[in-house]
Ligand binder design. Structure first.
Ligand SMILES: NC(=O)c1ccc[n+]([C@@H]2O[C@H](COP(=O)([O-])OP(=O)(O)OC[C@H]3O[C@@H](n4cnc5c(N)ncnc54)[C@H](O)[C@@H]3O)[C@@H](O)[C@H]2O)c1
Length: 365
């Protein structure tokens, strides 16, 4: 049972396939796109668990796959990581008529996507995302990037893939904490623009997280459908795509304040950031307290953080977080941009937020 979603971008349109066992069918999907050597970029964790099966599937289809195994972790999304990867990609002999496969989580997707976007001025890309976060978010929409000392995702290009194969079966080996971090992005789609999907998650989210096939396929496919729709309307984030940043202004500040460390995963920062966005919306009189409570209750029910105090270690101060928010790349005219809510499923973008209100939300226990 697999679902197909099309990202409608004219000549650059592509399909996202979602289902259990898709990696084993990768040969069938990639053979028409691959010509010459096929670099498969992955990290050591994914390589240990899933690379053998993928390579076997590609071999069966007569594809000359060339695995490139990077170090796992955010540190790989760096100039150094990009240089290492580009050197290895060039050594495979892949050329402009070829294809590069990103087989991993968001780190591999972002790094290999950027390398594909710039190598020889652009080589086609296929995404085979292996984390829930990558399946519902980073593999779709064409954003790629590395981090610099100045901040996250500051150097990158838009480079849309030719196909996305989201094999929900590989999620079985994902550590629970990583699975939950990805689930924060799933909940984001409901909170941001689809109250009915949020209600579905309240009823079925736990089942999806427990590995129920039909539930996880629906959760991933519906999230991709929502992202595909937004990307088709606003590929370069000039408008509606910014709604997908719900939870990210606060989330990025929390990630920066905790040193992008193991204390807070990206998705956990997004969960906490969404809880803060709901609280700020209530404080500003935009959203009923019941909707905020309902959303926060769901985060807590599945095991995601919803309070700053949930972060282990010393609590980041409001001033420190505001300083990080002022450096966010979404700052316009010196003011951070917020995605706030008029209710579940009713997000909107604004910069018109009194700093005192933000400070209060960031200081409250
Ligand atoms: N481009 C975008 O639009 C976009 C959107 C959201 C996030 N991101 C980026 O994505 C990154 C985070 O992605 P992530 O959460 O997938 O992190 P990740 O790629 O670091 O993966 C998390 C961990 O899970 C391991 N892993 C991956 N798949 C596995 C599997 N099937 N089984 C067992 N272990 C597995 C990885 O080795 C890693 O240790 C961040 O850098 C973030 O900036 C990009």
């Amino acid at each position: 049972m697999s679902e197909r979603i099309t990202v409608d971008l004219g000549k650059r349109s592509y399909d996202i396939l979602v289902g259990a066992g898709l990696a084993a069918e990768a040969g069938k999907w990639l053979a028409p796109l691959a010509r010459g050597p096929l670099p498969v970029v992955t990290d050591a964790n994914v390589a240990r668990l899933h690379l053998g099966a993928l390579l076997e599937a590609l071999k069966q289809a007569g594809i000359d796959a060339r695995p490139i195994v990077m170090e796992p972790g955010e540190g790989t999304k760096s100039f150094r990581g990009l240089e290492t990867l580009c050197t290895q990609l060039l050594a495979t002999g892949v050329d402009r008529g070829g294809l590069i496969v990103a087989f991993g989580g968001g780190v591999i997707g972002d790094l290999a996507g950027l390398a594909a976007g710039v190598l020889k001025r652009g080589i086609d890309l296929a995404q085979i995302p292996t984390t829930l976060l990558a399946q519902v978010d980073s593999s779709v929409g064409g954003k790629t990037a590395i981090n610099t000392a100045e901040g996250k995702n500051l150097v990158g290009v838009f480079h849309q893939p030719k196909i996305v194969l989201a094999d929900t079966g590989v999620l079985a080996t994902l550590p629970r904490r990583e699975l939950l971090a990805g689930y924060a992005e799933v909940a984001k789609y409901g909170a941001q623009g689809d109250a009915a999907f949020f209600a579905w998650l309240e009823a079925n989210g736990a089942k999806a997280l427990a590995g129920d096939d039909a539930a996880i396929v629906h959760a991933v496919a519906h999230s991709c459908r929502m992202k595909a729709d937004i990307v088709a309307r606003d590929e370069r984030e000039a408008g509606v795509r910014a709604l997908l940043n719900l939870g990210h202004t606060f989330g990025h500040a929390l990630e920066a304040a905790t040193g992008y460390s193991d204390r807070l995963l990206h998705g956990e920062g997004v969960a906490l950031g969404m809880a803060l966005a709901f609280r700020l919306s209530v404080k500003l009189g935009l959203c009923g307290g019941q909707d905020a409570e309902r959303f926060i209750r769901h985060l807590k029910a599945v095991g995601l953080p919803a309070e700053i105090a949930d972060i282990p270690g010393p609590r980041p101060s409001a001033d420190e977080l505001l300083k990080h928010m002022a450096h966010d790349k979404k700052v316009k005219d010196g003011k951070p941009t917020y995605v706030l809510l008029r209710g579940i499923g009713r997000a909107f973008v604004t910069s018109d937020v009194p700093i005192e209100a933000v400070k209060e939300i960031l200081s409250s226990p």
